[in-house]
Design a protein around this ligand. Sequence first.
Ligand code: NAD
Ligand code: ZN
Length: 357
Amino acid sequence: MPEFRVETPQRCYPAIVERGIVSRTAKYLPPKAGKVFVVSTEDVWRHQGEVLANALASVSHEALFLPGGEERKRLAPLEELAEEMLERGADRTSMVIAYGGGIVNDMAGFLAAIFMRGIPVVQIPTTLLAQVDAAIGGKTGVNLLGGKNLLGSFHQPLAVLIDPALLDTLPDREYRAGLYEIIKAGIIREVGLFEFLEDCSAEVLAREPDAVDRIVADSVRMKAEVVSADEREGDLRRILNFGHTFGHALEAETHYTRFLHGEAVAWGMRAAVHLGRLTGHVGAQDGGRILAMLETYGPIPPLDGISAENLFARLAHDKKTVQGNVHFVLPVRIGEVTVISGVAEKLVRESIEQALP
Ligand SMILES: NC(=O)c1ccc[n+]([C@@H]2O[C@H](COP(=O)([O-])OP(=O)(O)OC[C@H]3O[C@@H](n4cnc5c(N)ncnc54)[C@H](O)[C@@H]3O)[C@@H](O)[C@H]2O)c1
Ligand SMILES: [Zn+2]
């Protein structure tokens, strides 16, 4: 099964895509590790806890639970968890296994980053979005009232264990939201993946194991390559933000309640295609293929009542705005995007209007 190297200045580690790998988790823990703290949520544990608990039967471990939900992705629950770890005998030799969706990966990763100034973490992502994106690259953190992921650090894991079998219990909406990040991977760098998603949409949507394993592996390889080439928010890693500048504006405007992250990114990719058309970066044919792909894996929830003007105002507040300059990742052709700034406001407004129904 495919194993990809993630090479960063902080650490080099494997991201392994393998059905059933969770049952072999113990093999990936350092032999001298002290107590293992599994950090999950009660929801994930109910669906998929047993397989990990069995895998750790011979390892000294404790399971701890975070509250789920974006609004609880805050520092306070981490402080409580850290106190609980200490009460249960955690010390510098302890380690964390992050077992859950992107929220758990980010929060448990951050807990490991700051507990006693840093203990190791193994990431075991359980949502499609986390398997292909959140768990790889070492970004960890929590939200502030003023914005998402504003408190955090880079803390690279010892390993990322990606088990597509865990996705069997994932609700359909969460699965499709993750697929949009995979579509993004195809658009920005992976022509073969994009074509597979075009040709085999029925198999992908039916979660046929061979199709799922392939699209997950392709996306993980892409993310591992990009992160290895550019760990921090440099030029290459910026391409991962395709669809995200517009998407973040939509998430913020709807207070993170109407759209899942992947759904907002799907809308953002649509807007980016329109902007790419207006600026002349992408032609009608490739732009049309991207829009058709988004339709095939859609629909996203309805966009009624959302104001184009408000979305435009939100763009200026994007965290990745550099000195007031909004950067846009625009499609050039399938498998290639470009990062530009200084786009005329009029064109940005027009692309938002075209992307709203
Ligand atoms: N660090 C990064 O690079 C990065 C990248 C992308 C996203 N993120 C973060 O990821 C978060 C979103 O992650 P998400 O979409 O995975 O959401 P999530 O963590 O909230 O999980 C979504 C839902 O799926 C449930 N779930 C998880 N695994 C399951 C399974 N196997 N079976 C059944 N239900 C399951 C969870 O309980 C939850 O209700 C955001 O906070 C975002 O900021 C981080
Ligand atoms: Zn994303």
